[in-house]
Design a binder for this molecule. Sequence first.
Ligand code: UD1
Ligand code: UDP
Length: 391
Amino acid sequence: MTLRIVNIAGCRPNFIKIAPLLSEMKRHAQIEPILVHTGQHYDRAMSDLFFRDLEIPEPDVSLDVGSGTYAHQTGQVMQRLEPVLREIQPDLVLVVGDVNSTLAAALSAVTLGYPVAHVEAGLRSFDREMPEEINRVLTDAISDFLFITEPSAETNLLREGKRQEQIFFAGNVMMDSLRNNAAKIAHSAIVSGLGLTPRNYALLTLHRPSNVDDPGSFAGIAGALEEIQHRIPIVFPVHPRTAARLEQFPAARQSLAGLLAIEPLGYVDFIKLMQQAAFVLTDSGGVQEETTALQIPCLTLRDNTERPVTISAGTNCLVGTAPQRIVARVAQILDGAAVAGHTPEKWDGRAAGRIVSMLAERADQIKDLYRGVRERSACLNTFSLVSHSRP
Ligand code: UD1
Ligand code: UDP
């Protein structure tokens, strides 16, 4: 019996999570994986480079939704995905992470009667000002199978009324990508190519709307970075959102003029830069996890994190966005006060295997879920097509 799974990816962090899942699915005779790219990210440096580096097969379907407001983007994914799902008739839709494409795809699926699996479920920042937090809470509320990366997620999901038997502590698929690409990462020449030497530079990423969309907040952070780069060079692969804001905000632009600003990097080169950095400054979710796995000190420029295990077990430190605090914490690290960490439980590079095996074992149960909803939805669809075609 074949389990047909539609896998959804739309953004840079999604590609890193979906790659090991797809390759595991391909190894299972009973699983038929189908890849849908929503097109939320579309630049070569935000999408194609990841397909190349992570050896992800060409998407079976591209929705090409592009950029827009929250409502526009989620609406477009839903509208364009609905006919695709009706045609493919999957047994399961698998979504990853917390981006707009994640929630929109989950919502399209459940309303048509297709069960949903959410990989990286249960993370909570408890900050409803982040669009990602809204996406996390709502995606989990409508998902049937919840694959979690750390123990905090189980507590959060149970508190929100999910049932224990829906929750699976699978580990972190981001670590599978690290492990699967270790040889390529070892061969990357990006560090010397940028004229840098190992442990003599800091790596920076910045793209959260709360940090870069407000000129005052961005200028404050940029001022701190300007001070830090007098002590150590800072490499800055610039996210397209941030590049657009730098065009608009002259104060931040001026403060960052001394940084080594570059285009966003592909996965392999980016991880190599991270691996050899003295420390990392970031507001990214994935980067907090990767620095923990690679034991590189990470200063997170946010007031909260949905990934508390990176602090309790890993090398992450929440420094917030107050300029003096950022400068002071960097000074401590440069003076040798780095945090030692250990690898969180089940971040062993085998999470995708655990997830896919669990799905394969429950193939019968998955196929039976919501059968009635699907049958009614198919009837309604036929009916509405017929009624619309009347003169
Ligand atoms: C999105 C996710 C965020 C994730 C990030 C990963 C949501 C709500 N946000 O944020 O959680 O951390 O991706 O990088 O889903 N743009 C381009 N080229 C591209 C993509 C975007 O130029 O290929 C520009 C557009 O001007 C766009 C802006 O970047 O308006 C923001 O893109 P969007 O996908 O809306 O949000 P991100 O900030 O990328
Ligand atoms: N990344 C990359 N090149 C870059 C910046 C980031 O390959 O120039 C990778 C990195 O591995 C990171 C992942 O993209 O973990 C996720 O990216 P991002 O920070 O955009 O998203 P988030 O994890 O915050 O949702």
